[in-house]
Design a protein around this ligand. Sequence first.
Ligand SMILES: Cc1ncc(COP(=O)(O)O)c(C=O)c1O
Length: 394
Amino acid sequence: MFLNRFPPMGVYETLFNFQTATGLYMGDDGTRPWAQGFPLTTQLPDGPAMPSSIEFGPSDLKYPAATGTEPLRKAIADYYNKFYGSNISEENVAVFAGGRPAIFSALMHLQSDVHVMIEETEYTPYYDMLKNLKRAHTLIPSNPNNNFRPKLDDYQAARKNTPGRTLIIKSNPCNPTGVTWTGQQLSDLVAFASNENHAAIFDEAYEFFHKDGPVSVLKFIKDIDTTNLFVVGAATKGLQAPGLRTGWVIAAQKHIEIFRNFSSIAMGGVSRPAQICVTNLLEHARVSLARTAVTNFYNKQRDVYELGLAKCGIELCTGDGGFYHWGRLPRGLSALEFNQRLYKHKAAILPGTLCDMNRLGEKGPHANFIRFSFGPLSPDSNAENIKIIEACVK
Ligand SMILES: Cc1ncc(COP(=O)(O)O)c(C=O)c1O
């Protein structure tokens, strides 16, 4: 063996377990992919039409620019400036093949003394990234004791024990909890992370998925060039196009240059047809429609499943955002046992233990927690889905 072994990211681990148990690929027709984090890729009520073709010519078969094509970088910068009143240019944008490579790249290039601060309940692959990159980190409590709602005070307290340089990594809305920092709370966190010796990766994959409409820290960043802030976005969720594999980082120009150099060594840019398609998805009238349609549709789905899961005895701790419900199974039922029962219905949830950045497993506070995804679910499956859950929690 010449390569270091490492396990798959938790969502994929669940997917592979599901495949072993059922012989099916989760997400295929006939399965109930409640473990998976993809949105519907079809047109939503009152939403824009979904693309079904991409036009390109011979020059689009050439290598793309390492940082992303000019039209896409400009479309991304214009998007944030229009909707959040930010003041960025295409020089502040680097395009990646999805959100994860963008996050991984920012973590990979951190200088060795920088200490990471991360909430205890977070997006599964952050754990793998920190582990693979051997990154020292401090956990900010996010567990049943604080109802998975850490506060700025918790970051300030953690900071007292880590006097050197620190970087926060945070998904907002949070995957898996849906807890979303907005308004003054978010503005205060941006101010905290903008101080000298601080940095932050704000992962906004679920930007469009919030009860009161889309949320971005870019509303609170006056001059990103003077900060060590990295705002990650992607076409994956809000633009309903995970298969286009297009994500981006908004950061100071000096940091974008590092991402450009990285791309020149290790990525070679991102598929031009995908970038053309995403540029079109960001056209102002279309993206305006998408923001409203996504918020409205998923607000309704969040409400339907809030009632349905509560009726099944699942104690929900979900916040106001995302497309997941986060809750505790009744009567000490473990998430692993629950999945064994769900497999018989070609369904599966993501066990909460895979969102535990401590990876305490069955002994930790996440053992009875589940992340239920309603991202890929069509409303006509709602009643049947709830019936299956009701049968499996008994
Ligand atoms: C919190 C979070 N960040 C980023 C991503 C982006 O993923 P991708 O690499 O598929 O664009 C996801 C997708 O599941 C996510 O949940």
